[in-house]
Design a protein around this ligand. Sequence first.
Ligand SMILES: [Zn+2]
Ligand SMILES: [Zn+2]
Length: 95
Amino acid sequence: MDNQCPMCRGEGYSIGSLGNLEWFRCRQCGWEFSVAVDHPAVPPAPPNQPESPSVEQLEEWESEGGCEATDGCWVEPDGTCEHGCKSWLLVMGLI
Ligand SMILES: [Zn+2]
Ligand SMILES: [Zn+2]
């Protein structure tokens, strides 16, 4: 944070923000100054789309008589978990 006083180079302390300006008051000389603060655009969180399991993984699950849903729940091979996520076999159109 660039809160150095432009008058005496003392340290400013925040006294509030207005729009994209942060206001500081110098601890040393009392000068009030504002600093533009960039509000970086927060990139939208990537959709929580897990990677598809490998064929080997799917076969392993099948041999265990079930399948993982896309959120990791254990469901019937053609099932849907309590969170509404389908099994990978369903999602991948293998069943
Ligand atoms: Zn100052
Ligand atoms: Zn689930």
